[in-house]
Design a protein around this ligand. Structure first.
Ligand code: AMP
Ligand code: MG
Length: 470
């Protein structure tokens, strides 16, 4: 049952515009996420997912936000998305229900407010795969085609994705409040966000410092998880960083095949700003933009406020390193009470071998989890050191293998598989995508049917490129 509330619209009116989705000609349900719908208590209703009908409890709106895109500040906002409201679940949780591709809004600038089928299915596949991998993310409930076309470089089928998020509040929402609103607006947004996402700090002595630290902690955890599975977001602009700590906005993202820290897939990221190795650095940069919006509330003395802000950014770096190290240890079956420097050296030496020998990131860890060796002299010596380290603790081979399998996915949404599924779907065949989605539901399963999906692309040296493809 729809049970929508719109607490966001109780914020000052500069934060949103009340608006309904723009109806479409001929909606057709392409995919629907039954298990997610069950958790949310939302019925299958294509007319609603197309924006042609509005649930009775809905008071829909689009959100205003700004953001730093590739380092430059711009006014943005939901140019093609409308939030129907926040679904309150039986267990008392609150989730934004957003239609992406729902027509023009006051924030559309020159855009048409619409979306094409392939990029919406791409977001569906990758966000659901991320969820199954145990990585905080927005989810995908539905994709419908609209019966209308969208003009991009080619003429494409129009589609609408229903996206579920614990909220769509971004670093860019705070930047918007700071640049276009008053101090009071920033404070109201901060108080609202704290209550919605961090209720445990409402009573903290320096509530806004605790808020900043809590956001930094969630980002540290998130980015470490991305790095550990080789996920490259592609456009880590501040408007694409959710305060909740969920991965948001699947544009030109992709998973790395060969291990190379400098990997970039996005065609628009010509300088590699958002490369794999830069992701933690950019997250800290984005957090600094966030901290700037809160400085006035951290301390009445501006120098002290800056010191506190810096402290929170430093805490991000320390926490990120901790999460990354413990995640890497788990990937290698190492217990957490070894010598930190020795373990870091062991891990980094493996990564160096992988880079030098152009090994597939996921499959190297998959092979190690399966007890397979790699045909390489360097690996042979590294393996001896790893085995010696594993023997320090009296863990059985079975226990080690169990830890490793739980931390090294056997399958990821490989780029060539995703493309294959999207091409088939665009030609009206959904079976390829449905099979892929099925396999990706259980990435740590190591099942027989997954084997075929673990193969890297045949042409490892062909550079894969992703496009914003709006
Ligand atoms: P994104 O690359 O999806 O993060 O989008 C960046 C900004 O462009 C956001 O403000 C979007 O709402 C807006 N945008 C993207 N595509 C369109 C479109 N087709 N029509 C209107 N606005 C759009
Ligand atoms: Mg965005």
């Amino acid at each position: 049952m729809w049970n929508l509330n719109s607490s966001y619209t109780e914020l000052p009116s500069l934060f949103f515009t009340k608006q309904n989705p723009v109806p479409v000609r001929e909606p057709k349900q392409i995919i629907f996420n039954n298990s997610l719908a069950d958790c949310l208590g939302i019925p299958l209703d294509t007319e609603v997912f197309a924006g042609n009908a509005i649930p009775e409890t809905s008071k829909s709106f689009s959100q205003a936000y700004a953001g730093h895109q590739f380092g430059h500040f711009t006014m943005l906002g939901d140019g093609r998305a409308v939030i129907l409201g926040e679904q309150l679940t039986k267990s008392g949780e609150r989730f934004d229900i957003q239609l992406k591709g729902a027509g023009r809004t006051p924030y559309s600038r020159k855009g048409d407010g619409r979306a094409a089928l392939a990029p919406m299915l791409r977001e569906y596949i990758i966000s659901e795969a991320m969820h199954a991998l145990g990585i905080p993310t927005t989810r995908s409930l539905s994709v419908v085609t609209t019966g209308e076309v969208v003009a991009r470089e080619e003429v494409l089928s129009g589609a609408i994705l229903t996206r579920i998020a614990s909220s769509h509040i971004r670093v860019g929402t705070f930047e918007y409040a700071k640049h276009f609103g008053s101090q009071d607006d920033v404070q109201k947004l901060a108080d609202y966000t704290i209550e919605r996402h961090f209720p445990e700090i409402v009573e903290s002595e320096n509530k806004y410092m605790s808020f900043l630290e809590a956001v930094a902690k969630r980002q540290a955890k998130l980015i470490a998880k991305w790095q550990l599975v080789g996920f490259i977001h592609g456009v880590m602009n501040t408007d694409n960083m959710a305060i909740s700590g969920e991965t948001i906005d699947y544009g030109p993202c992709a998973f790395m095949d060969r291990y190379n820290p400098a990997t970039v897939f996005s065609s628009i990221d010509t300088h590699g700003r958002y490369s794999y190795e830069n992701q933690p650095i950019i997250a800290a940069w984005n957090l600094s933009r966030f901290a700037e919006t809160l400085l006035r509330f951290l301390h009445s003395d501006s120098d002290e406020a800056v010191k506190l802000g810096n402290r929170a950014i430093m805490s991000f770096q320390d926490l990120y390193n901790d999460y990354w190290l413990s995640g890497m240890r788990a990937k290698l079956g190492l217990c957490s009470n070894g010598n930190v420097e020795d373990d870091e050296l062991l891990i980094n030496d493996l990564l160096q071998i992988m880079q030098k020998e152009e090994l597939d990131y996921t499959n190297t860890f998959r092979s190690l989890s399966l007890g397979e060796t790699l045909p390489s002299n360097d690996f042979h010596y590294w393996n001896k050191r790893w085995q010696a380290r594993l023997e320090q603790k009296n863990q059985s081979k079975d226990e080690i293998s169990k830890i490793m399998r739980a931390n090294n996915p056997a399958v990821i949404p490989r780029n060539h598989r995703v493309e294959e599924a999207l091409t088939a779907a665009e030609n009206g065949d959904l079976s390829v995508m449905n099979r892929l989605l099925d396999v990706l539901k259980n990435p740590y399963g190591y099942t027989a049917e997954q084997k075929e999906y673990s193969k890297p692309p045949e042409c490892m040296s062909c550079d894969y490129q992703t496009f914003c493809g709006t």
